[in-house]
Design a protein around this ligand. Structure first.
Ligand code: ADP
Ligand code: GLC
Length: 483
């Protein structure tokens, strides 16, 4: 096995900076790839949280001017990950999330902030960093989309380029008149370059100009090639279909390990599932729910957004909560959804308990303490919470889309009888679908032995990074061989 080096270009990385699953992927994949002979260095913007998390750093390059101010490229190691960090205070030293102001609007200079990420990635790809010349530059999502573009338009030899779509709903579209400022040549502004419906598309550029395109599940790789799922990019993706591949995400089994999880009130294994009861009680207490071991407890751990279909959960509440069942919700995002769930917790005291915000510990407790996890997404590139749920004996109830379709085996009669079922799927994604699935889940839950069996199947499912890492390593090697 020849060794290979990869520059992973990402705007998030767990545990340093996270708003969603991209961070989990970017944080876990490098470890898994190290077992496949692939050395990964991750390039990350120096947001305040990132700068704080770095220990000893070394300056490897000075930029007198990087999109409007001086910057430095630092190397560091954090949680055993090799990092390159762009220290550019004029772009990144500010409060709020990586993408949004504290009051929830896009930072007005996001084009420059993430062009800088792409520019520095391309420079490293062109061998400007002593001691590290990547064979592959692997860009994640629109924020890294210009990396392959800068490399494409450079006149020098370049490494192989790959872009991964974690969510095609976010595309990074900016005015055409920024072309010069972004350091792109005039001839880049064509349909075969960065132009996207008269503007500049960062994701579009990455998809057009990378050697290969991946996304995070096989089903999503097909959905994004249809007008319904492609959000304007389906034509381009169809034209490149032989270069598009879906590789399912895994979860980090050292972070998500129910037998050794400090966030739980009681750790447990597949053979000691009764210990989950202690977590259920702790969760009920934490969220002000009635401490009733016999109440079926539905959980939600999610961004609150249109994508995640949680308005359907609101609509289904009367059915879900029948017979004294309960809902534990952890979510952050859309204010209207938040208000609606807050109102529901008042209408159903002791039956609906919510926490609004980001809370890693509570996310673990919900996975280890609730009976079934609701994931009614309208679209879901992969989804990680259903994988965590399976791994924690929490039975997922999911819509049959994207990665949810690829990871859950529906508990239909045959699958229950043959011992294959790992959860519940519904389609189409609407209220009736969710209600039907919830009713089926409630019926199975009343058969304790059958329910246990579904829990155990989920816990025995392979959800780690081993297999996906082998697929990425194979992809990198084939990309390189072609180059
Ligand atoms: P997405 O990336 O679309 O938000 P995923 O299911 O891929 O969805 O990943 C979500 C990740 O974020 C999971 O690790 C999940 O546990 C975590 N998560 C989501 N919402 C919260 C929250 N409010 N608090 C803590 N963790 C959360
Ligand atoms: C995106 C998707 C989610 C996926 C995650 C990591 O945020 O919405 O489905 O699991 O990226 O790839």
């Amino acid at each position: 096995m020849t060794s290979l080096s990869v520059l992973s270009v990402t705007s998030e990385l767990f545990p340093i900076i996270k708003t969603g699953g991209l961070a989990d992927v970017a944080g876990a994949l490098p470890f898994a790839l190290s077992h496949e002979g692939v050395q990964v260095v991750s390039l990350l913007p120096g947001y305040p949280g990132v700068m704080k998390a770095l220990g000893r750093t070394e300056v490897v390059r000075h930029y007198p001017s990087l999109f409007g101010g001086p910057a430095r490229l630092l190397t560091a190691t954090s949680n055993q990950l090799d990092l390159l960090v762009i220290d550019a205070p004029h772009l990144y030293e500010r409060p709020g999330s990586p993408y949004l102001t504290p009051d929830g609007r896009d930072w007005p200079d996001n084009a420059r902030r993430f062009a800088a990420l792409g520019r520095v990635a391309a420079d490293i790809g062109q061998g400007t960093m002593p001691g590290f010349i990547p064979d592959i530059v692997h860009a994640h999502d629109w924020q890294a989309g210009l990396a392959p573009a800068y490399l494409h338009y450079s006149e020098t030899p370049r490494p192989g380029t790959i872009i991964t779509i974690h969510n095609i709903a976010f595309q990074g579209i900016f005015p055409a008149n920024m072309l010069y400022e972004l350091g792109l040549p005039p001839h880049a502004f064509t349909v075969d370059g960065v132009e996207y419906y008269g503007q500049i598309g960062f994701l579009k550029a990455g998809l057009r100009l990378s050697d290969r395109i991946t996304t995070v599940s096989p089903t999503y790789s097909k959905e994004i090639q249809t007008p319904e799922g492609g959000m304007g990019l389906d034509g381009l993706l169809r034209s490149r279909s032989k270069d598009v591949v879906g590789i399912l995400n895994g979860i980090d089994e050292s972070v998500w390990d129910p037998s050794m999880d400090n966030a739980l009130a009681a750790s447990f294994t597949r053979d000691a599932l009764e210990r989950r009861g202690v977590n259920k009680q702790a969760l009920q207490r934490r969220l002000g729910l009635d401490e009733d071991p016999d109440a079926m407890l539905f959980g939600v751990v999610s961004r609150l957004s249109e994508q995640k279909g949680l308005d359907l959960v609101l609509g289904a509440l009367p059915t879900l909560l029948q017979d004294g069942a309960q809902l534990a919700l952890l979510g952050a995002g859309d204010r209207t959804l938040e208000e609606s769930f807050r109102a529901a917790s008042i209408v159903y005291p002791g039956q609906v308990g919510c926490f609004f915000g980001y809370d890693e510990t509570l996310a673990h407790l919900i996975q280890g303490g609730s009976d079934a996890l609701l994931v009614p997404s309208r679209f879901e590139p992969c989804g990680l919470t259903q994988l965590c749920a399976m791994h924690y004996g929490n039975v997922p109830i999911v819509s049959r889309v994207g990665g949810l379709a690829d990871t859950i085996i529906d508990a239909n009669e045959m699958a229950v009888a043959s011992g294959a079922a790992t959860g519940f799927q519904f389609s189409p994604v609407n209220l009736t679908g969710l209600i039907d699935a919830a009713i089926r889940a409630k019926m199975l839950w009343s058969d304790k032995a059958a329910w246990r069996c579904v829990q155990r199947n989920g816990m025995a499912s392979e959800v780690g990074w081993g297999r996906p890492a082998r697929q990425y390593a194979h992809l990198y090697r084939s990309c390189l061989a072609e180059a």
